[in-house]
Ligand binder design. Sequence first.
Ligand code: COA
Length: 154
Amino acid sequence: MQNKAVPELTIRPMTEQDVAAAVEIEQMCQPQPWTAEHFHNEVAEITFSSPLVAVRGDKTVGFLISWYMADVVEITNVAVHPEFRRQGIGKKLLEAVFEQAMRKNCSGVHLEVRAGNSGAIALYEGAGFVRTGTRQKYYADNNEDAVLMSKVLA
Ligand SMILES: CC(C)(COP(=O)(O)OP(=O)(O)OC[C@H]1O[C@@H](n2cnc3c(N)ncnc32)[C@H](O)[C@@H]1OP(=O)(O)O)[C@@H](O)C(=O)NCCC(=O)NCCS
């Protein structure tokens, strides 16, 4: 029997050609999904925004959007295709942001996450984020609290 090798994972900047795949993943993952226009704006915004995609073989399997403001980075969206979860892709996307942020001499990375999103919180805590606060009833669709998390960069 022939052994099918798993194609390598690549993390690279998102382009216009990736937007349709990102929207598809977004719709499967988020309760209030961003639109295609939102992703197009992120790709076009070259001063502050840094949208990344994770690609395995020729399939886009995840993305992460971050914003660089002064010396800090804010992660505004991250998602991995449901069929490709628990393979370390979310972790690799975060590591790519940390590398990029350190190259730009940023002091820290910040994000907010739904209080009930235990999977994402586990990912962030595993990557060195700590809880720094709560925004009560922050999410309009279900009044869920947002947990604020930060990671200090060396
Ligand atoms: C959160 C998300 C991005 C994680 O992506 P992923 O590629 O599956 O994460 P990884 O495989 O890199 O996980 C790394 C570690 O994080 C933790 N983790 C990730 N998902 C988890 C889950 N559902 N439950 C518990 N721990 C989890 C584990 O410690 C995991 O390591 P392990 O698999 O060796 O146990 C993905 O579940 C997702 O897209 N969710 C929907 C969108 C979303 O919630 N985005 C975050 C909004 S703030």
